[in-house]
Ligand binder design. Structure first.
Ligand SMILES: [Zn+2]
Length: 341
């Protein structure tokens, strides 16, 4: 079985975009917010949007199940106040729930959080609980930078985040550390802001002692861990200079990287450097990079091909494709077992 730990609903019904545009305009103009009841998204529309896209690629690439969350760049935690963020988040999560209900074999939900610039993460606890307990979601996407590119929230190791982490542990769900759109013109969202944030998160964890305090907390750092595997020597050296234990012991018992790296040499390096127990298959399909690589004739984000091509044992591939994800997302494992998978 092949579990893709990183997929977003990026082919949403048109009216969702209309709603968000109206909502964003209303925030800007301080006018009345659009009524949620006016949103029109039929099951047929949702079905068509998935069948011709994510499901088609799953079938073509031979993957089985995608851990599915709302469009990350659409979370927009820097837009509006908590009430705006909460309404938008609930709509997006309910939509993921509908996709998972329509295609239960192919998708399992991970939630967006109603984070808000300047607001403590405790305000996201209720939505996490709703998604896990009522909608059957198995994890969340946690934005380390709700400002959209200004990084003015406390680092992930700060006690500010702890009540939220404690709820994650209680519910036994991991978080993928995932920023949203960039509101800072210096940072292209997916080319710079995403990779910056992945790298920044890792360095914060290396410099702090979050997992000493909360040993059961689990994070997935996407996009192959940002710049970390390539600069692994730098991080090992920095850990040493900072008087921290080696990152393998200090961070990597709790942190996992996905395989959203879009060329073979990058995947080769990732698997050379990082223990295979810490790698989860992911493609971020359909997401950041949608084209076909002219050098290979295949989609850049068809990451299964790169993993298939690795010279590693069949068991290691199986771990990366399936077992590591089941370990990091125990609720997913329980759901699959209950279904005899
Ligand atoms: Zn993503």
């Amino acid at each position: 079985m092949i579990i893709d730990c990183h997929g977003h609903y990026t082919t949403e019904p048109k009216d969702l975009h209309r709603f968000r545009k109206d909502q964003t305009e209303a925030v800007k103009n301080k006018s009345a917010l659009p009524p949620r009841a006016d949103l029109k998204m039929s099951d047929d529309e949702i079905r068509a949007s998935i069948e011709g896209a994510q499901l088609k690629f799953q079938r073509e690439r031979g993957t089985d199940l995608t851990i599915f969350s709302p469009r990350a760049s659409g979370m927009g935690h820097h837009i509006g106040d908590f009430a705006v963020s909460q309404e938008w988040t609930q709509i997006c999560n309910d939509l993921i729930h509908r996709v998972c209900a329509l295609f239960p074999k192919n998708f399992i939900g991970v939630c967006q959080l109603p984070q808000t610039q300047g607001e403590a993460p405790t305000s996201s606890i209720k939505e996490l609980e709703r998604c896990v307990k009522e909608l059957g979601f198995v994890g969340c996407n946690l934005n380390p930078d709700p400002s959209g590119g200004y990084f003015n929230a406390p680092p992930l190791t700060d006690k500010w985040w702890y009540p939220f982490y404690e709820k994650m542990i209680e519910l036994d769900v991991p978080a993928m550390i995932h920023v949203s759109a960039s509101d800072n013109a210096n940072f292209h969202a997916i080319g710079a802001h995403y990779i910056n944030a992945d790298t920044t998160a890792f360095m914060q964890l290396l410099a702090g002692d979050l997992f000493g305090d909360l040993p059961e907390l689990r994070f997935v750092i996407p996009h192959g861990g940002g710049a970390v595997p390539y600069h692994w020597g730098r991080y090992r050296g920095l850990a040493d200079m900072l008087g921290q234990p080696p990152p393998r012991e200090h961070v990597m018992r709790n942190v996992f990287f996905d395989t959203c790296v879009y060329h073979q040499p990058g995947i080769d390096l990732l698997f050379d450097v990082i223990d295979h127990d810490n790698l989860l298959f992911g493609s971020e399909m359909i997401g950041a990079v949608r084209g076909i690589d002219p050098e290979t004739g295949h989609y850049f984000d068809n990451t299964r091909r790169y993993v298939d091509a690795l010279d590693i044992s069949a068991w290691d591939k199986e771990k990366v494709f399936e077992h590591n994800a089941r370990r990091v997302y125990p609720r997913l494992d329980a759901i699959l077992k209950a279904r005899g998978r």
